[in-house]
Design a protein around this ligand. Structure first.
Ligand code: IVH
Length: 661
């Protein structure tokens, strides 16, 4: 192909890709399948590899940098990034309105949610993104262009000719769903957890390696044009121009005729707050006319044409009355804050997590302290810090207990591990969590066996381990409060049904430390039976591709314990399926799969089962030993990672084809 032809093709492809990117990430309304989108990107990549001098920084292939930066450059903002004055009462908003009217007469307002993330400025020259910066001190910020480019809803090239040379501002945030998922994954890896979505977004933007940022589920809302050569009349029109140019603007933005209507809308937004997939900490009220905005001007810190109305804080201070200890499934002792009940963002909170004893020490939290409690991005409130200035001297440190508070067994703390654990597998508290885990959806999936039923079964001494579930009789269950003939039978039926679950679910359900769903599948496909697995040495387990060292050790230890040996024997004897007939030529034998994005004709569990039944293994994270990545609608960061690693990406139809081969 000659270069001129290639250039034309490349330009056309980029335009197409940008268009679909916009449909997908900004409008939430894709018009082609992911597979087709991929093919376009692949074609572009191929052409660019062939003609590397045609690569430009705004090409959709250039979203993620090749290597980490040494540091960020400091850049000066075109126009200082002011902050908004805060108000907390509607009367303060009315006073703001008075001041505005006194200066420029009657005005209309635009009310928007105040996004709780990290403010950034994006600069475009000739319609191409040339710079992105943090707010910094408002005058100068860090150049984080490479990081901002990884956010798919940041246009690298503008769509319309209305805005060419323009500086816009917006808020980078982490959606709550993505935040929770990210933290969960980090917790499983014993990695660093973010306290809230705001820290997660600000922390991510400070990363020097844009490849890491690309894996974080960040997004952006653009809310103002700070500089443009175009003469726009109102903020409302500016937002429309932003949208037309390809920016993601917030759909809850509303124009109102006067301050009373603005207040009404603030109330509506506050009600919606809990239902949104992103955190907002207030509303922003802006004068609509840009001419009047200019007339009003700014103080050295804040514009006089806008103000923020802050919602009830999701943080409050209260007294830490006590620290209780919870004992989890693996015996981990978790400190829990017992608080003087306090309202945090509209919800009364009396307990909060303190994570672990190391955190307690690091944060210097004592019983009797005044503490800052936060409810954010998650339902479980947490203690952020103690307010040491308020100490009276009567506060007491919580000493790590030497004995398990539930069963009295001496606790252990393994070198290098944060957790303090009760080693007694018969500890009632551990038993409860273990049964719950065994019965859970991803394990043996036993219906009708909820937490309170398990509690009752333990209290009545009806179960002392998992195997006892299978020896329960109807008259036992009928003794429990709330059970009748039918519900008792339902529970028994579900327990009976679980005997036939797949081996991998059974292995997972045993709750061996460091053995999650993926490891359980690996083990099931490798050994085909509990007998064989239980005889495997730590050394041979370590040789399994994809199984960590910690898991290998934990498995060997588990099966070396007499109590576990006995448990397995009993389960086997009562008829729980503990082996699988090896079907040798299953179509996906030993192949490792990852799913990302929504599927169209199958649910995730159905698709997982399909893979597993065909001999494949399903993993939740991307690594180089994954054989297939099944991408559906709106694939997440896993998709980008898979591309980087050049893994085989297939769609749902292709998966079905593989299975029937
Ligand atoms: S307008 C001149 N609109 O809140 C002020 N700011 O203290 C321009 N923020 O630094 C800001 N949502 O990071 C504006 N809809 C919104 C906003 C918003 C969040 C942040 C922004 C700013 C801070 C104000």
């Amino acid at each position: 192909m000659n270069k001129n032809v290639a250039k034309k093709k490349i330009e056309k492809l980029r335009e197409e890709i940008n268009h679909h990117n916009y449909k997908y990430y900004v409008e939430n309304n894709p018009v082609i399948s992911d597979y087709e989108f991929d093919q376009l990107l692949k074609k572009l990549e191929q052409l660019e590899t062939e003609f590397p001098d045609l690569i430009t920084p705004e090409s959709p292939t250039q979203r993620v940098g090749e290597k980490p930066l040494e540091g960020f450059e400091t850049v000066e903002h075109k126009i200082p990034m002011l902050s908004l004055a805060n108000t907390y009462t509607y009367d303060e908003l009315r006073e703001f309105d008075e001041r505005v009217k006194k200066n420029v007469g009657d005005v209309e307002y635009v009310v928007e949610p105040k996004i709780d993330g990290a403010g950034v400025a994006l600069l475009y020259e000739n319609g191409v993104l040339v710079r992105g910066a943090t707010r910094g001190d408002g005058i100068k910020g860090d150049d984080i262009t490479q990081n901002l480019k990884t956010i798919r809803s940041v246009p690298l090239k503008l769509r319309s000719n209305v805005l060419r040379r323009v500086e816009v501002r917006g808020e980078v945030y982490m959606p709550i769903g993505g935040f929770k998922k990210y933290n969960k994954e980090q917790a499983e890896k014993e990695g660093v957890i973010f306290a809230n979505p705001r820290n997660a977004s600000a922390g991510s933007l400070r990363q020097l390696d844009s490849r890491i940022v690309a894996e974080r589920p960040l997004d952006i809302f653009i809310y103002v044009i700070s500089y443009s050569e175009k003469d726009l009349k109102t903020h409302e029109k500016a937002l429309a121009a932003l949208k037309e140019a390809g920016f993601r603007t917030n759909s809850l933005t509303k124009k109102v005729a006067n301050i009373e209507n603005a207040i009404k809308y603030c109330k509506e937004l506050e009600k919606k707050r809990e239902k949104l997939d992103y955190e907002i900490d207030g509303a922003v009220i802006k004068v609509n006319s840009l001419g009047k905005q200019k007339e009003l001007g700014a103080t050295s810190k804040n514009p006089r044409w806008a103000i923020s109305y802050k919602f009830a804080a999701k943080q409050s201070t209260t007294r830490l009355n006590n620290i209780a200890i919870q004992v989890g499934r693996t015996g981990t002792l978790t400190p829990v804050a017992i608080l003087e009940p306090v309202e945090v963002g509209g919800v009364t909170v009396s307990r909060a997590t303190l994570h672990n004893f190391d955190e307690l020490k690091r944060k210097d939290i004592k019983i009797g302290d005044q503490v800052l409690v936060e409810r954010s991005g998650d339902v479980i409130p947490q203690v952020v810090k103690s307010i040491t200035e308020k100490r009276t001297g009567a506060e007491k440190r919580k000493i790590i207990p030497k004995k398990c508070p539930v069963c009295g067994t001496t606790v252990i703390r393994t070198e290098g591990e944060v957790a303090v654990r009760c080693p007694n597998r018969l500890c009632p508290s551990r038993l409860k969590w273990r049964v719950k885990y065994y019965a859970s959806r991803d394990a043996m999936d036993i219906d009708h066996l909820g937490e309170s039923t398990i509690d009752k079964l333990i209290e009545e001494n009806l179960i002392g381990n998992i195997a006892d579930l299978y020896f329960l009789k109807k008259e036992d269950i009928l003794k429990l409060e709330g059970f009748k003939e039918k519900s008792a039978q339902n529970l028994l039926d579900s327990i009976e049904k679980s005997k036939k679950q797949d081996l991998s679910r059974f292995i997972y359900g045993l709750g061996i430390r460091h053995v999650g769903k993926y490891a359980a599948q690996l083990l099931a496909s490798q050994y085909n039976s509990i007998d064989k697995l239980s005889k495997a040495s730590a050394e041979s387990l370590k040789e399994i591709d994809g199984l960590g060292e910690k898991s290998a050790e934990a498995i060997a230890t588990f099966f070396a314990t007499d109590e576990n040996k006995e448990l397995i024997e009993r389960l086997k004897n009562i008829g729980v399926k503990t082996k699988e007939v090896r079907k040798n030529n299953l179509p996906l034998q030993g192949k490792k799969f990852v799913f990302t994005g929504g599927l169209l004709t199958l649910t995730r569990p159905e698709a997982s089962d399909l893979v597993k039944k065909s001999g494949g293994i399903v993993s939740s994270s991307i690594s180089k030993d994954i054989d297939y990545v099944v991408a559906g609608d709106k694939p997440g960061s896993k998709y980008n990672k898979a591309k980087k690693l050049e893994l085989t990406i297939i769609n749902e139809d292709e998966l079905k084809e593989l299975v029937t081969k």
